[in-house]
Design a protein. Structure first.
Length: 560
């Protein structure tokens, strides 16, 4: 008789690769093929755990975040994988960070519990003082291994989040677009010109519009959340362009006369498009609700493309509930030592109780968010004062106390008093210029400036700006809607252009005349036979600058 064959079954082996080891590993096509096979067989995997997405992110961001790849292997077969990274503070986070909406591990079903338990233990042993975070896990991610184990319950924190979804239903979408308020807004936009919804499929076209989309996105999010992410972020641009080139992005725009008034740059998932990347709308057209109209039209576009869901992603934005027709759950999961985890849970419990009590007292969520915003701005102001000194605060307060009431009005004629005009240009409606605001020399924060700018644009005012490409030097606002009657000491039959809220950066005072002359020319108030423009000056220091340059004070009264 022959010798019987004996198969040695090895236990599950966990390996943690770091830095260049990861970059070398993902350059191996055999490994990528094994990763893809595991990904395709994992029921809870999302596009953010795919080899293509993660590899592109590692290549774009490895100089900022150290790549970390956890591998589970059994009999030389890949049975589990967690794409992660190490941030500057030593935290262990999912690869993709905020650009990966869903963060989880992938594994074979039968090996999941053993793989993820051993992986977390290995990470904690190798990085004993680091927290390990996943935000958000998909709702079908198996978590029993963590919930039902006393060891993990002491060292982990699982929170549940509402997950809004738009299931694509053509009849419902068409019905919503036929509602009176939306139909009227669409008709009003069409009366302004050519309204068109487009899917962007050409790489060159997306590359050319990228900066505009990024500026429009960051201008709104900077005003609402103080979150400016894409503006001048070359790494983010490189990453998103690479995602588009590799077929992982779905880009759609709503255009009016070839001008983008709403857009969505989302990640393409398994039979869905995720609201992740950039989504925005023009504040100039906000009264027409172009963002909501675009999302509804996007739903019809996805229906034609055979996509089943538009994933609105977890979050408390009110517009998500307006669009959602289904809800699921997502989870956040964090691991730390028992002491810090319990402290986090206690703090969260207290904050939730406090929030509930405030609501019962009439201090609703909107007021709470406003108060939180003001506290954040105050904290930033204190930081500005520390950097610029107490003298800045005193100057700002004196400026406010000596503000001209009512504002002094100057007549601004287009006449050449310039010796050497600068090479800088003046832009109109430039989100990008306003994102270059720098608070140096003042205690006005960027959040306050952008919040005020968004309010003005939505109210119909038009900004004229001058930037050197890195710094906003000037900004002034033109009133688009004039009072019924306007009377000036040099009364003319034509209402002159009215400008207000002049902003001058502390380093650009000597160029103010150049800026104003270019504003006149650009606004067509400096052409022959046009009436002089007028500027409402609210700050005494700006009034002194204009007087020094020879601009003429006039009497000006609004009759409302």
């Amino acid at each position: 008789m022959g010798t019987p064959l004996v198969m040695t079954v090895k236990s599950l082996d966990i390996r943690i690769l770091k830095g260049s080891e990861v970059l070398d590993k993902i350059s191996n096509q055999v490994f990528i093929d094994n990763w893809d096979h595991l990904f395709n067989s994992c029921p809870w995997a999302t596009i953010y755990q795919s080899s293509k997405f993660v590899s592109l992110w590692y290549h774009a961001y490895h100089h900022k975040f150290e790549p970390l790849l956890v591998l589970g292997e059994e009999n030389e077969c890949l049975v589990g994988l967690i794409p992660m990274c190490v941030d500057r503070d030593g935290g262990i986070l999912a690869a993709g960070l905020s650009q990966a909406e869903y963060q989880t591990w992938i594994s074979t079903g039968q090996k999941n519990n053993e793989f993820i338990s051993k992986s977390i233990l290995s990470l904690k042993n190798q990085f004993p003082s680091s927290k390990i975070s996943f935000k958000y896990l998909p709702g079908n991610t198996p978590l029993g291994w963590c919930k039902n184990n006393s060891l993990w319950r002491k060292q982990s924190w699982i929170r549940t989040h509402k997950h809004p979804l738009m299931k694509i239903d053509e009849k419902d979408l068409e019905k919503e677009l036929r509602k009176k308020n939306k139909r009227e807004k669409i008709n009003r936009l069409k009366r302004l010109g050519d309204l068109k919804m487009e899917r962007i499929s050409n790489y060159r076209e997306f590359e050319e519009m990228y900066d505009e989309l990024a500026s429009q996105n960051d201008f709104r999010k900077g005003a609402v959340y103080d979150a400016v992410y894409f503006h001048k972020n070359k790494t983010a641009k490189k990453f998103l362009l690479s995602l588009f080139k590799n077929g992982l992005l779905h880009v759609s725009v709503l255009k009016l006369n070839q001008q983008i008034i709403a857009a969505n740059v989302g990640t393409m998932g398994k039979n869905c498009v995720h609201l992740q990347g950039m989504n925005t709308h023009s504040p100039i057209h906000s009264k027409y609700s172009p963002g909501i109209l675009h999302f509804l039209m996007l739903g019809l576009m996805l229906r034609e493309e055979g996509v089943a869901f538009f994933d609105l992603t977890p979050g408390k934005d009110p517009y998500k509930d307006m669009l959602a027709n289904e809800y699921g759950e997502a989870y956040s999961l964090e691991f730390r030592d028992p002491g810090p985890i319990q402290l986090m849970k206690v703090k969260y419990y207290i904050s939730q109780k406090a929030r509930t009590s405030l609501i019962r007292c009439g201090f609703h969520a909107f007021k709470q968010r406003a108060a939180k915003k003001q506290l954040a701005i105050l904290k930033e102001k204190i930081g500005l004062m520390r950097r610029t000194g107490l003298s800045t605060l005193i100057r700002e307060k004196l400026s406010a106390l000596t503000a001209i009431k009512p504002p002094t009005v100057f007549e601004v004629s287009s006449y050449s008093m310039l010796q050497t005009p600068s090479s800088y240009t003046v832009e109109v409606d430039s989100y990008r210029d306003m994102l270059d605001f720098d608070p140096t020399g003042s205690v006005v924060t960027r959040w306050e400036f952008l919040d005020d700018a968004l309010y003005k644009m939505e109210a119909g005012l038009q900004p004229y700006t001058m930037s050197d490409g890195n710094l906003l030097m000037f900004c002034i606002w033109r009133e688009k809607r004039f009072p019924p009657v306007a009377v000036a000491s040099n009364a003319t039959s034509v209402t002159p252009a009215l400008f207000t809220d002049l902003y001058v950066h502390v380093t650009a005072k000597n160029m103010i005349d150049d800026f104003l002359q270019k504003v006149l020319t650009l606004s067509e108030t400096g052409v022959p036979d046009s009436p002089p423009a007028v500027i409402h000056v609210k700050e005494a220091r700006h009034g002194r600058l204009l007087e020094k340059l020879g601009y003429k004070k006039i009497e000006w009264t609004h009759v409302l």
